[in-house]
Write a protein that binds this ligand. Structure first.
Ligand code: BMP
Length: 216
């Protein structure tokens, strides 16, 4: 995955036509497009392939299952054109290893601490163990919360040079520049871009903020 703007679009737009329009508006500005169940279920898995023609696609399926099922989901996402897949880590190292193996040369990202308030209940206390396991299992990176930037810094100390993708910017209250300065490689931004009247302008503003935060 390229590392230029350090911004990943979370395309949770459920109108398929508008989703493709938004993707076309910002594909050259963002480093990747992350899609989740809402868009895949409201359109079809063919959307993965169509989007992958515009930008690298990360399938945020938060896969949480036994190794065999994990492996089936990851290999089908990759066959559709996914460059990366997001999985949960609480399922254990055998499931995460199955994801890494099924992804071959594509990337697996493991959820650590989630960005919403409920993420503090169960995921926060386990986040450093989950991050350590992601490293041991050969994942490409982790997901860490821009809403709690000090946790991004703490998780960076655990994962070394693994990639950190950080959601929670904008509507959830997190700041792109702070998350990047605390150690995130990329910020994940959804509604603040795809929900804007002018998604290209909204994306450009966040890209400018990311650039000002330094790095790369
Ligand atoms: P938004 O910028 O609209 O809040 O979108 C954030 C995106 O990141 C959503 O797709 C959400 O599913 C995802 N996400 C998150 O917000 N917090 C997490 O801890 C993990 C996520 O994948």
């Amino acid at each position: 995955m390229r590392k230029e703007s350090r911004v990943i679009l979370a395309l949770d737009e459920v109108n398929g036509e508008r989703a493709m329009w938004v993707a076309g508006q910002v594909a050259d500005l963002v480093d990747a497009i992350k899609i989740n169940w809402p868009l895949v279920l409201s359109t079809s898995s063919e959307t993965i392939t169509r989007l992958s023609e515009l930008a690298p696609v990360i399938c945020d399926f938060k896969v949480a299952d036994i190794p065999n099922t994990v492996s089936l989901i990851v290999s089908h996402a990759v066959a559709r054109g996914a460059e990366g897949v997001i999985v949960h880590g609480f399922t254990g190292s055998d499931s995460v290893r199955a994801a890494v193996q099924a992804a071959h040369d594509r990337q697996i990202f493991v959820v650590t601490e989630m960005s919403h308030p409920g993420g503090a209940e169960f995921t926060a206390p386990a986040s450093e163990s989950l991050a350590r396991m992601a490293v041991e299992c050969g994942a490409a990176g982790i997901i860490a919360p821009a809403t709690r930037p000090e946790r991004v810094a703490a998780l960076r100390r655990v994962v070394g040079d693994l990639l950190i993708l950080s959601p929670g910017v904008g509507v959830q209250g997190g700041s792109a520049s702070v998350a990047l300065r605390k150690g995130a490689d990329y910020v994940i931004v959804g509604r603040s871009i795809y929900g804007a009247e002018d998604p290209r302008r909204a994306a450009s503003e966040i890209v400018r903020e990311a650039r000002e935060a330094g790095g790369v």
